[in-house]
Design a protein around this ligand. Structure first.
Ligand code: TRP
Length: 334
């Protein structure tokens, strides 16, 4: 008998221009995982509005992500690709989970604390309950594994607690999800301040490599990347964050291990030859993804059709779970 495949779910926020961080940190893994798992990949537009968004940009970035998932290799005939707001069952479940969450659980979230400092003019309740909606995204599909960055671990812990709480209070219903955090290359840092994560919202354009950067843009940004004092190529995130970050990028672009990279540049004088090699490799890595992206992005009708088909599959599954949850909660059937 064929063993039932485990389910994975992940999502990205349409809240900025696409960067290599999206690909390196997440999409690369999704593309591999989709072969072995029942996979759902969501564009979380409802999470994006926890900070103020311009509607036209939100629309653009949502379609950008639908195109980029595919450009990076997510196959919509294998994986369910959809937009969060097309599947209202997420927020419906989120309400029930909200009523099972303590204020303290949300106020302890480090991302809430960071974001409310950075957006002190707009500390809305959505920013506060954000992790509950994320829990709903995951639990409504009974996902077993959730590929995320290290910064989402605390949110995942809440999702696990809420699954257990509901199961305990009513009866076994939800799978308790596990985080799946990539080991190497998961975190790409700013090219200008390598102790900070590369962020799509960084106002310094030289800090990030965008998916739409030309080959020359990429080479130049890497040439000008801030590096550490010293001159040999050695991986050490603490002492040499700049060089280590470029090594991560080189690893992603070429699949070479850190040991291979150190050996390749052993004895070279200064960082220049290394930076040239990284620039060339990253440009070559991004080029086919950019080309596929631009082609897919030009056909909005197809992108919308893919999102629609994905939403239909997702809703079918989400409704089955929500219906059970409603019953157990004590809501009478319509
Ligand atoms: N909070 C995640 C992030 O910013 C995005 C996200 C929302 C997500 N819902 C999710 C990730 C569900 C994984 C699963 O990266």
């Amino acid at each position: 008998m064929e063993q039932q495949r485990k389910t994975i779910l992940s999502g990205m926020q349409p809240s900025g221009e696409l960067s290599i961080g999206h690909i390196a940190g997440a999409l690369r893994n999704w593309v591999t995982l989709q072969h072995d798992f029942d996979s759902l990949f969501c564009v979380v537009d409802q999470h994006a509005i926890t900070v103020q968004q311009e509607p036209a940009k939100l629309r653009k970035w949502t379609l950008d992500l639908v195109a980029m998932y595919q450009a990076a290799g997510v196959d919509p005939s294998k994986s369910v690709v959809f937009v969060q707001s097309h599947v209202p069952e997420h927020v419906q479940l989120a309400w029930i989970l909200t009523c099972l969450t303590g204020m303290g659980e949300c106020s302890r979230m480090t991302q809430f604390k960071d974001k409310s400092e950075r957006h002190s003019d707009n500390i809305n309740v959505g920013l506060f309950t954000y992790p509950i909606l994320m829990a709903a995204d995951i639990l409504i599909y009974n996902a077993d594994l959730v590929p995320v960055g290290e910064d989402q671990k605390q949110h995942l812990e809440l999702a696990r607690n809420l699954a257990e709480r509901f199961n305990h209070r009513y009866s076994p219903t939800f799978t308790v999800p596990e985080p799946y955090i990539p080991k190497v290359g998961g975190r790409i840092m700013s090219l200008q301040e390598p102790t900070k994560k590369m962020s799509k919202s960084d106002p310094n354009m030289k800090a990030s490599i965008f998916l739409t950067d030309s080959d020359d843009d990429i080479r130049n940004k890497i040439r000008r990347a801030v590096t550490d004092s010293g001159s040999d190529i050695r991986y050490d995130e603490q002492v040499r964050p700049g060089i280590s970050n470029l090594m991560s990028l080189y690893h992603i672009a070429t699949d070479k291990t850190f040991a291979d990279i150190e050996a390749e540049f052993a004895g070279s004088t200064g960082y220049a030859p290394f930076k040239e090699a990284v620039g060339e490799a990253v440009a070559a890595y991004v080029r086919p993804i950019r080309e596929r992206f631009l082609e897919l992005r030009a056909d909005e009708d197809s992108l919308r059709a893919i999102a629609k088909a994905g939403a239909e599959q997702a809703r079918h599954r989400a409704w089955k779970v929500l219906r059970k949850v409603y019953k157990k909660t004590g809501f009478i059937e319509l």
